[in-house]
Design a protein around this ligand. Structure first.
Ligand SMILES: [Zn+2]
Ligand SMILES: [Zn+2]
Ligand SMILES: [Zn+2]
Length: 253
């Protein structure tokens, strides 16, 4: 399995528009964070988790030439806004794009992308093949994917486990029951927004505690705000086997 972090930034991305802070002014490429998403190559499949506003740029940067499915974590705009750009893959692959999503996400997509779901579609609109996620493990080709129910303040969000890899973005609570599904992962991705408390995201300290509890071989933090600090400064303070992810980072497992 090969993972590529397409984006590791929070909803506004880093740098933030019109922000003069040290992180937003940094020239270090590690401090340039597009909206959070990950690309997974597994068993010959090419998958993305979420299509945020930077989806087009991410597909171009990573030269992704084929996409077999989109899997959504939740309905927030920073995870869905780029769906229109799957059109390129529709044209190239001559197929409707399988889109795996919960009822809540599907409802939101129908509202925000009403033209995709219209009875009489304008020529050239994105074509999707919606697959309902009910929280049970599902398969794409030969690959089994296990949804993990996490909470993002009051909003239910799906994390996903694929083999030894678990991806959890946009959470600030995971029940003991759901933690069991994560245990034994070799690579775990968790959100770590900033150092100060936040209503719907783990802080850096909360993410570190959780990483130490879940004991993956390696844990990477994503969905990072400019308020967290620079990649270099924060990375230097992290415990062993815990890292800040950065855009374009690839992992093989
Ligand atoms: Zn988000
Ligand atoms: Zn800033
Ligand atoms: Zn969110």
């Amino acid at each position: 399995m090969k993972l590529t972090f397409l984006g590791t930034g929070t909803s506004q991305g880093v740098p933030v528009i019109a922000c003069d802070c040290e992180v937003c002014q940094s020239v270090d490429f590690h401090d340039k964070r597009l909206r959070s998403s990950v690309h997974i190559e597994v068993d010959g499949l090419s998958l993305v988790i979420d299509t945020g506003p930077d989806f087009r740029q991410q597909m171009l940067r990573e030269r992704i030439k084929r996409l077999d499915a989109v899997i959504f974590t939740h309905e927030h705009k920073d995870h869905t806004a780029g769906l229109d750009d799957i059109r390129s893959f529709n044209f190239l692959q001559q197929m409707d794009m399988p889109v795996y999503a919960s009822t809540a996400v599907i409802t939101q997509l129908k509202r925000e992308f009403s033209y995709i779901f219209a009875d009489h579609k304008y020529p050239g609109v994105p074509l999707v093949d919606v697959k309902l996620l009910d929280g049970k493990p599902f398969t794409i080709g030969q690959t089994t994917i296990t949804p993990i129910n996490v909470m993002h303040f009051k909003l239910p969000v799906f994390g996903f486990r694929i083999g030894d890899f678990t991806y959890i973005t946009d959470a600030n609570y995971i029940s003991d029951e759901e933690k069991k599904k994560i245990k034994g992962s070799k690579v775990l991705v968790l959100n770590a927004l900033q150092k100060t408390p936040h209503i719907s995201h783990f802080t850096l300290d909360e993410a570190i505690s959780l990483a130490q509890e879940l004991k993956a071989d390696q844990t990477y933090f994503t969905h990072i705000s400019h308020k967290l600090g620079s990649h270099r400064d924060v990375s230097a303070q992290l415990p062993e086997n815990i890292y800040l992810a950065y855009d374009g980072q690839q992992l093989t497992l």
